[in-house]
Design a protein around this ligand. Structure first.
Ligand code: SF4
Length: 60
């Protein structure tokens, strides 16, 4: 359908692939065929240190 994250040059260059699996396929479909601007990326992208700090704090 043209929404395969393995064919997406941005995803292919992203260190979160294949962990995030390209995000929600419906949202990717909407971006490609309905002109939407959904953020399909994992919420961890760009915030991994914040999440790790939260996990560590919860264990204290
Ligand atoms: S985090 Fe975003 S850019 Fe990276 S693989 Fe997932 S969907 Fe693609």
């Amino acid at each position: 359908m043209g929404i395969d994250h393995y064919q997406d040059p941005v995803c292919r260059d992203c260190s979160f692939l294949p962990i995030c699996r390209g995000g929600c396929p419906k949202r990717r479909y909407e971006n490609k065929y309905e002109g939407k601007q959904n953020d399909c990326c994992t919420p961890f992208k760009g915030r991994i240190e914040d999440y790790l700090e939260l996990i560590v704090k919860k264990q204290d």
